[in-house]
Design a protein around this ligand. Structure first.
Ligand code: DP6
Length: 345
């Protein structure tokens, strides 16, 4: 017999960034972060997991290519989830798995991203929710997020929809470092998110090694984590709860720019944005200034792709027109636009 479970894990985009770890093995951050989870029907990872007594070892495929599960991150996640596995019974298929059987049973995991992998769009959100379902794990979302965190820090925020905060926590063992929902996906549904894919090339410096180098060499990072982010987290939560777009946009843009400033302050410096990213920033800044109040916020993760958050559908439609004007298809600007949240604009 084979038991199969398929699930979609949505991507999240940070509006207050996580950059820097206080514990590399457990993946514990040096500051809290806040993200917005995208609609799972747009950018997401679809994972199918299977278990069968015929499987000889745990194996995983990403976009059809087999990858090694030898790394600590995969092993930690698999071990933690196995520990919590429960009895499973599917009478019609003759499947009966007792809790203790999970120790010796192997899983096959196949994940597909419907977006550029490792190009700075959080693609690492693991298929953990899916494994949890397969193994009938009873843990709540918060506890699952703490396991997902051990696969990749930012992935822990994808366990919830809407706006999500990853609390860095204080304990040494990481037990209080988990994600909580700030507001659900219906709370601020005026917002429209558009992703301008500037480059689908693999990033040169991975987030993991980039943030390690920043922690080792950037003084700005220390100042950011201790003095700036704690205040911004409070202000951002307030802006989200009260749907205060000008405050939201100001904070999101400033935090993205500060994260990239930290990358520049790292030795050797890390460049994630390129000329097209910089052009997009100035187009948005000029437009917001001309309007007198922000219409669009921008944020860039560890890559050149722009995530643009429009205050409403009208602003999103004007934004799209503008983007097409400045970056006409085929004009060599290396830009494809993905519209998320609302296909109809
Ligand atoms: C810039 O979560 O990919 O996207 O924990 O080492 O796997 P690891 O790093 P990762 O870093 C994401 C960094 C970021 C900001 C963010 O998502 O908060």
């Amino acid at each position: 017999w084979v038991r199969l479970v398929t699930a979609k894990t949505p991507t999240n985009i940070a509006v207050i960034k996580y950059w820097g770890k206080r514990d590399e093995a457990l993946i514990l951050a040096i500051n809290d972060s806040i993200s917005v989870t995208l609609d799972p029907n747009h950018l997401c990872t679809t994972t199918t997991v299977a278990v069968s007594p015929a499987f000889q070892q745990d194996r995983m495929w990403l976009n059809g290519k087999e990858i090694s599960l030898a790394g600590d991150r995969y092993q930690n996640c698999l071990r933690e989830i196995r520990k919590r596995a429960c009895d499973v019974e599917e009478e019609d298929k003759g499947i009966k798995i007792a809790k203790k059987d999970w120790e010796s049973l192997h899983v096959h995991i196949a994940s597909y991203n419907n977006f550029p992998t490792a190009a700075g769009l959080a693609s690492s959100a693991a298929g953990l929710a899916c494994l949890a379902k397969l193994m009938n794990v009873k843990e709540d979302q918060g506890q699952l997020s703490a396991i997902a965190r051990q696969g990749s820090g930012s992935a822990c925020r994808s366990l919830y929809g809407g706006f999500v905060k990853w609390i860095m926590g204080n304990s040494e063992d990481g037990s209080d470092s988990l994600a909580v929902q700030v507001t659900d996906e219906k709370h601020w549904d005026d917002l429209v998110i558009l992703i301008a894919v500037v480059s689908s090339r693999q990033k040169e410096t991975s987030s993991t090694s980039g943030m390690r180098e920043s922690v080792e060499t950037s003084l700005l990072l220390k100042h950011r984590a201790q003095e700036i982010v704690p205040k911004r987290i409070i202000q951002m939560e307030e802006a989200i709860k009260t749907k205060d777009f000008p405050a939201f946009a100001r904070l999101a843009c400033a935090d993205s720019n500060q994260f990239h400033a930290v990358c520049l302050d790292t030795t050797p410096p890390i460049f994630y944005m390129n000329d097209t990213s910089h052009r997009i920033i100035s187009i948005v800044e000029k437009w917001n200034l001309a309007e007198g109040t922000p219409q669009v916020a921008y944020t860039f993760d560890a890559g050149p792709n722009a995530v643009l958050i429009a205050r409403d559908r009208k602003a999103a439609s004007l934004l799209l027109q503008r983007m097409l004007f400045y970056f006409p298809p085929g004009a060599g600007a290396d830009l494809n636009s993905y519209v998320l949240g609302d296909e109809s604009i």
